[in-house]
Ligand binder design. Structure first.
Ligand code: MEV
Length: 420
């Protein structure tokens, strides 16, 4: 069976042994025996020592797979690295509901990043801004001379914009260099170009360039994902209404929106980390975008369609790369990209946005019905059982009893363990 025909739907995946889960993923993603070894490998200390400074070791977090995703008609298993329980199960469950109505559909812009050059100490900001724009072609040519490879792939500096800002220091000019970074996250390419342009901008304006750096508010590199969630599967139209009531608070109140968006980032960060991308860049871009209209709000929107089903949409900046950076060095990140079968940064963005929407749907769905604690209880009870001293089969026995009694407490776990 070709990879494109394989399904990401597996019932009871969580009940399988780790070995069987790996075997399923291996088959789904056509992984080799060498790839398979990476699941149980650790980041080599020499590699780690080259990645950051003052290395002491490596820091492990759990790495799992979200199942059931269909995005733009294609099945995906989504690798996620996270320390938080219930996140992967919740995403998988949301994806299962979404696929009833065709799964996730996405839209994406070109991969355009913005570099900023802050210009100070000019006599006349209007003249200076004009001088910059009059030399747009020369400036773009100079930027593109810094990265011939990017240009050869169809990317490179595409446009220039000038903004005049009032500040406590007086007026300043901020030049935005718009760069198509293709399959890279783009920070290196953009920062190099900005630094190269600074002397020319100073010469043209007589001013002084201070900052030359990429903006993480990547609002020209936007991805949108949409899914319809079946009302029957959700428990009927009254549940859809309850969901919409919950969502409404996130749309009007920053206190709720922050938590709502945190739930989105539970999924997004996990795949961003698994693919070796920069989670801080994605977080910064997402939250700044959420406040783009002057009030911090939800990154997702929801409404009911004419059938009474719930329609969910997410829209956010997505500065991810599949070339360069840690994603090309860390063996697990390389493996995760193979599992995803992604061919471009845009395709990865589409997966990330869909996962974010799924994660958000799952959280708000739980909050609107049974509450969030129920889902957390299974793994929490197991952790408490381990803390009480349970090992091997005792863990499930103690945890099972704690859940039955709806009392997930360490002292009770110790008592149960004593009586086993
Ligand atoms: C917990 O990690 C995330 C949630 O708080 C998100 C939400 O409230 O929507 C459950």
């Amino acid at each position: 069976m070709s990879k494109d025909e394989k399904t990401s739907v597996v019932s009871g995946f969580y009940k399988l042994s780790v070995k069987k889960r790996i075997s399923f993923v291996k088959d789904f993603a056509d992984l080799s025996g060498e790839d398979e070894k990476v699941f149980s490998s650790h980041l080599n200390i020499e590699t780690a020592d080259r990645m950051i400074e003052n290395v002491l070791g490596t820091f492990e977090i759990p790495f799992g797979i979200a199942v059931n995703f269909v995005i733009n008609g294609k099945d995906y298993l989504i690798p996620m690295a996270t320390e938080e329980s219930s996140v992967i199960a919740a995403a998988s469950n949301a994806a299962k509901i979404a696929r009833i109505k065709g799964g996730f559909k996405t839209e994406i812009t070109d991969p355009l990043m913005i570099g900023q050059l802050q210009l100070l100490k000019v006599d006349d900001v209007v003249d200076a801004a004009k001088a910059i724009m009059d030399h747009k072609k020369q400036l773009l040519d100079l930027a593109n001379a810094q990265d011939k490879i990017l240009v050869s792939f169809g990317g490179g500096a595409k446009d220039l914009e000038v903004r005049i800002l009032d500040s406590p220091l007086g007026k300043m000019i901020v030049t935005h260099l718009i760069v198509d970074v293709r399959d890279a996250m783009g920070a290196n390419a953009v920062n190099t170009m900005c630094e190269a342009l600074a002397p020319m901008i100073e010469e043209l304006t007589g001013g002084h360039v201070r900052l030359k750096i990429l903006s993480n508010l990547a609002d020209k590199r936007i991805v949108k994902a949409r899914a319809v969630f079946d009302k029957e599967k959700m428990g009927g139209e009254s549940v859809v209404d309850a969901f919409l009531e919950s969502y409404t608070l996130a749309s009007i109140d920053p206190y709720r929106a922050a938590t709502h968006n945190k739930g989105i980032m539970n999924g997004i960060d996990a795949v961003i980390i698994a693919t070796g991308n920069d989670s801080r860049a994605i977080e910064a871009g997402a939250h700044a975008y959420a406040a783009r209209n002057g009030q911090y709000t939800s990154l997702t929107t929801y409404h009911k369609d004419k059938n009474g089903d719930l329609v969910g949409e997410i829209e956010l900046p997505m500065a991810v790369g599949i070339v360069g950076g840690a994603g090309n060095i860390h063996p697990k990140a390389i493996l995760c990209k193979k599992i995803l079968g992604i061919k471009s940064a845009q395709q990865l963005s589409e997966v990330v946005a869909s996962l974010g929407l799924a994660q958000n749907f799952a959280a708000v769905f739980a909050l609107s019905t049974v509450g969030i604690q129920k889902g957390h209880m299974g793994l929490h009870a197991k952790n408490i059982a381990v803390m009480a001293g349970a090992t091997g089969k005792q863990i499930d026995k103690v945890a099972g009893q704690l859940i039955k009694e709806e009392k997930i407490k360490l002292d009770r776990a110790k008592e149960i363990l004593k009586n086993i």
